[in-house]
Design a protein around this ligand. Structure first.
Ligand code: LLP
Length: 450
């Protein structure tokens, strides 16, 4: 987090609070969220996109993608910084509503929304439901008709643009479940996306707001956004040519990459906004269509760097790996076990994601040695940090912080091995506040009806 600094005695402080005080008060493991860092990143995205899109004469809305981390306070912070909130389930919708986010400022995503989720969205008067299949078009239209309302919808399309990190988080491949393809069949048939847009136009219970594209996550090259925008704007022009309906909105999704390791580059909002704005202005001029209103949905880029996870070291074990052949060298590393693991951060195990860790409760002059931070779960893939240099005197009781865990840590956490999920603790201006309390074993037992 941007407020993290080392005190003279080597202790890390974040939001003006020392990690030893945080650990004493809230226990470990704990997700620590730097409120001012979150707010600054939310603002940076909104201001950069507003400024660059104003320059080309287009409006833009920034939705915070709640899937990265959504708590009532976090939804409020996003709203107070002028963002809207994108939800991906009835549960996320409920959190946003509990936070007092106006329905009109909420979007609902999902490739398989239940009737209850759709009804809850209609009841809340959400600003948009992003429909993801032909089946869902009729489902939303029928439920809206039954309630006597008109549902505002966008259609999620796949542009064929692939971007982002791991295969499972690159969502615009053809062979995956999201959206409808803009590619027509060999026989020159209408593309599934265009046919679906026409189907929406044909249902009076639906108001077609626009077209949505999300191309992937942890994207570090902005050219994918430009390529996808071109495809979406072309589709918009095609629909207008066929039906006379020129949709007013285009959403370019989320996916802005962050730095996980000290040497990593991150995507900066201002240059991306500038590139994308210039590209969409050029495409609209080329197509002879007026600019739509745009929206984007950053999640990770707003909350990821604002979070760290605080752990306590329990055991340290040197392991020597002997080389098997002439080329393989024998090497050793420290296995440093902490009091959490894959249940609070599944990303290393799921995506091979890399993180950075440091001993943060004290200063150490010991030499740095190759280490691997592991959790306390019953499998060897339970890795928190694959490779990191830690002081050779790292020992039980040390506090260890893992950086950039604000996104997709808590939100993908589990109770594997009946571990209780850690609290989310906000820090700001020298004090800390629990946003989500630590689970207890009693919480787990209460769900088990025996
Ligand atoms: N909008 C839509 C429609 C999305 O599907 C996503 C992410 C976002 C916005 C936000 O993307 P972001 O700006 O956070 O990259 N669990 C994975 C990431 C999955 C992202 C899924 N969709 C991870 O831990 O890397």
């Amino acid at each position: 987090p941007s407020t993290a600094r080392r005190r003279a005695d080597g202790e890390l402080e974040v939001g003006g609070v020392g990690v030893r005080a945080l650990a004493a008060k809230h226990g470990t493991p704990a997700y620590v969220l730097d409120e001012s860092d979150f707010r600054a990143r939310a603002r940076a995205y909104r201001e950069a996109f507003e400024a660059e899109f104003e320059r080309i004469g287009a409006g833009v809305d920034v939705y915070y993608a709640g899937k990265a981390l959504l708590t009532v306070a976090v939804a409020r912070w996003a709203t107070q910084e002028g963002l809207r909130v994108d939800t991906a389930s009835g549960g996320e919708l409920a959190v946003a509503l509990r936070a007092g986010v106006p329905g009109a400022a909420i979007g609902l995503h999902g490739n398989n929304k239940s009737d209850d989720e759709i009804l809850a969205a209609l009841e809340a008067g959400v600003g948009r439901i992003i429909v993801d299949s032909r089946v869902e078009i009729d489902r939303v239209a029928d439920l809206a008709a039954a309630r006597g309302v008109v549902a505002p919808v966008m259609l999620r399309v796949t542009t064929g643009v692939h971007a982002g990190g791991h295969e499972y988080i690159s969502t615009a491949h053809e062979d995956q479940k999201f959206g409808l393809s803009v590619t027509a069949g060999d026989d020159g048939e209408t593309s599934p996306a265009l046919a679906a847009l026409e189907a929406i136009v044909a249902r009076p219970e639906l108001e077609l707001l626009g077209i949505h594209s999300h191309i992937g996550s942890q994207i570090l090259d902005p050219s994918g956004f430009e390529a996808a925008a071109r495809v979406v704007l072309q589709l918009r022009a095609d629909l207008a040519g066929r039906t006379g309906v020129l949709v007013e909105e285009v959403d370019l999704g989320g996916g802005y990459g962050i730095a996980y390791l000290p040497a990593d580059e991150a995507l900066e909002p201002a240059p991306v906004a500038q590139d994308v704005a210039a590209a969409v202005a050029a495409v609209c001029t080329e197509l002879g269509t007026p600019l739509p209103r745009f929206s984007i949905e950053p999640g990770r880029a707003v909350v990821g760097p604002a979070g760290l996870t605080l752990y306590t070291v329990g055991t340290v074990k040197p392991v020597t790996v002997s080389g098997s052949g002439t080329d393989d060298e024998t090497f050793s590393r420290l296995y440093v076990s902490v009091d959490g693991g894959m249940s609070d951060n599944i990303r290393p195990a799921l995506y091979g994601a890399d993180y950075h860790a440091e001993v943060v409760g004290r200063v150490s002059d010991a030499a740095k040695v190759l280490s691997r931070v592991v959790g306390k779960h019953c499998e060897s893939g339970d890795i928190v940090v694959h490779e990191v240099l830690l002081p050779a005197d790292v020992r039980a009781g040390d506090l260890l912080a893992v950086a950039a865990t604000g996104a997709y840590g808590r939100s993908m956490a589990s109770n594997y091995n009946a571990l209780t999920r850690p609290p989310v603790v906000a820090v700001a201006d020298g004090s800390s506040r629990v946003l989500v309390r630590r689970e207890t074993v009693e919480d787990l037992l209460a769900l088990d009806l025996g």
